[in-house]
Design a protein around this ligand. Structure first.
Ligand code: BDR
Ligand code: CA
Length: 322
């Protein structure tokens, strides 16, 4: 019989690009509590839900709360490639998170810019070896790919929280926030030809909190689970009121759950394009789910996921943190 270490899959070599953001923080907790499966090389931050100073501060807070100060945090782009910056303080609060107190974390940012970090790291990585979890606007990766297109060879997969198809958008009737906040960046990443997986609102709006699931998380009874419950209780009210849903989505945590438990998700390889023209469809992802355009597939588009599976996984992992 093979030794256990020989049959265990190698951890995913991962960079998390993020704009925390309440759901980003939950995603970071989930990722940092999963060291056996995820080797997090770094967290890179971008302006998105709030300004860059605050997303970078919140990412440092997440690693402090998770006891993972070994993970470097780099700050990157402070504004989108072309469009005027937009933020989502009405959803995430002025600090980028509500329901918990924020403070200046003990450990500083890593020196150097996130874009240069991506250029250097992906450029030096073995071919097709590094996975990127993109939890905010894709500005950092787009800038890195513009600076040195050949770094695409170091990427194994880019897993994006973004886009919307069947049920429309959350920032305009057709656009999802991360794509609307920097559609030109998302278009650069798409055009680079890197293997792409999209988790759009179509799936994240199916993976909802419920009273029972929040109780389940609270029952874990660690500092981390208490923080997650406090963050979620404050965060979900906006979407529950807007959509009349019985619970709220935890969008970005779905990306990490997908990396940890891909068998709990399903979708199709399809052709997708992004509208970067000014006008009512700015930032829309045009997902050719039925293949009517007869274009080659350029993304894996995830439509379904196991909602209880996500909360079981989150509970199990939060029990591992303090
Ligand atoms: C996405 O937008 C942000 O507000 C969230 O953090 C998530 O990444 C959902 O549309
Ligand atoms: Ca986000």
């Amino acid at each position: 019989m093979a030794a256990a270490s020989a049959i265990q899959a190698a951890p995913i070599d991962l960079i998390i690009d993020t704009d925390p953001g309440a759901d980003d923080l939950v995603a970071l907790f989930l990722a940092m509590a999963s060291p056996d499966e995820l080797k997090i090389r770094a967290i890179t931050t971008v302006a998105g839900n709030v300004r860059l100073e605050k997303t970078a501060r919140n990412a440092r807070l997440a690693r402090e709360w998770a006891g993972r100060e070994d993970v470097p945090v780099y700050a990157g782009a402070g504004r989108p490639l072309v469009r005027a910056p937009i933020y989502a303080a009405e959803v995430h609060g002025e600090e980028g998170v509500t329901g918990v107190e924020v403070h200046e974390p003990k450990q500083p940012l890593a020196s150097g810019n996130a874009v240069q970090y991506l250029v250097d790291t992906l450029g030096a990585a073995p071919p097709h070896s590094v996975t990127l979890a993109m939890l905010g606007p894709q500005t950092n990766l787009a800038l890195a790919l513009i600076q040195r297109p050949e770094i695409a060879q170091g990427i194994k997969e880019v897993v994006v929280m973004g886009g919307a198809h069947f049920n429309g958008g959350n920032i305009t009737p057709v656009a999802e926030f991360n794509l609307y906040a920097d559609p030109h960046a998302a278009a650069v990443v798409l055009a680079s030809g890197v293997p792409l997986t999209y988790l759009p609102l179509d799936v994240t709006h199916k993976l909802l909190t419920s009273e029972a699931r929040l109780k389940q998380l609270a029952g874990v009874n660690t500092q981390a689970s208490k923080r997650v419950v406090d963050i979620l209780n404050a965060y979900i009210t906006h979407d529950m009121a807007l959509y009349g849903m019985p619970g709220g989505p935890v969008h970005d945590a779905s990306v990490i759950a997908y990396l940890l438990r891909p068998q709990q998700f399903s979708g199709r390889r399809i052709h997708m394009s992004i509208d970067t023209r000014e006008g009512p469809t700015f930032g829309q992802t045009v997902a050719d789910w039925y293949g009517v355009l007869k274009q080659p597939a350029n993304v894996m588009w995830v439509e379904e996921g196991d909602a209880q599976g996500l909360f079981d996984l989150l509970s199990e992992r939060l029990a591992r943190l303090k």
